[in-house]
Design a protein around this ligand. Structure first.
Ligand SMILES: [Zn+2]
Length: 217
């Protein structure tokens, strides 16, 4: 079975056209999952390929969003261009599928989604950075990004109008990220909300196990 394919993208910010290596969905095999549901992959790691970055202006987004994003409003466009130019001065990107490069690309997608007010995707970008740091054994950096992801999930829950179907996932991450960061009371509080409101969801099933672990430990 083939693992990779090449896709051509057009950048929604600068119009640049470029090609990027992508992973076939069917080629991905999950071996196990960590406490926060981080998948551990058997062969190819799709997180190294998930974010598409325009090599010209550094506009970055998840592959499935990239071309459908419309940057609306002059002020938003100006702010985004300014932030990406600053990033371009500081960070040199290489066209490689390594942990280091993927972390840089998720950091850029975090900037883009934050300017576009898509807080869930900012949180997911930071969570993936934490997971990549976990894979290369850098616990301090992992913790830093778990904290940043938690803050984004908290603000998303408090201030945004999110899809009702996203709520179990958001509550699970509020619970498990607090648990990983050693905030036991906070973790228990969020698991309780998850179990009360969404007892049938898959996240509640996992949340229940985590909550029991928490009470036993
Ligand atoms: Zn571009």
């Amino acid at each position: 079975m083939r693992t990779f394919w090449e896709k051509e993208f057009t950048c929604p910010l600068c119009g640049n056209r470029f090609k990027k290596k992508m992973v076939f969905f069917d080629a991905v095999r999950i071996k196990s999952r960590d406490i926060d549901l981080k998948p551990n992959f058997e062969t190819v790691n799709p997180f190294l390929y998930e974010v598409v970055t325009c090599p010209n202006c550094y506009f970055s987004a998840f592959g499935k969003d990239f071309e459908s994003i419309r940057v609306k409003g002059e002020e938003t466009e100006r702010r985004l261009k300014k932030l990406l130019e600053e990033a371009k001065k500081k960070v040199k990107l290489k066209d490689e599928e390594t942990h280091t490069e993927a972390i840089k690309r998720y950091a850029l997608s975090g900037i883009v989604y934050s300017v576009l007010n898509q807080r869930k995707k900012v949180a997911l970008s930071y969570l993936k950075i934490a997971w990549l740091f976990r894979e290369i054994g850098r616990p301090e950096d992992e913790k830093h990004y778990l904290e940043r992801a938690l803050r984004e999930f908290e603000n998303h829950f408090k201030y945004d109008h999110y899809e009702e179907s996203d709520e179990p996932m958001i509550l699970f991450y509020l619970g498990v990220l607090n648990q990983l960061l050693g905030n036991r009371k906070e973790a228990a509080r969020w698991y309780e909300v998850l179990l009360r409101k969404h007892r049938e969801s898959v996240y509640a099933k996992v949340g229940r196990e985590r909550w029991q672990d928490l009470r036993r430990s």
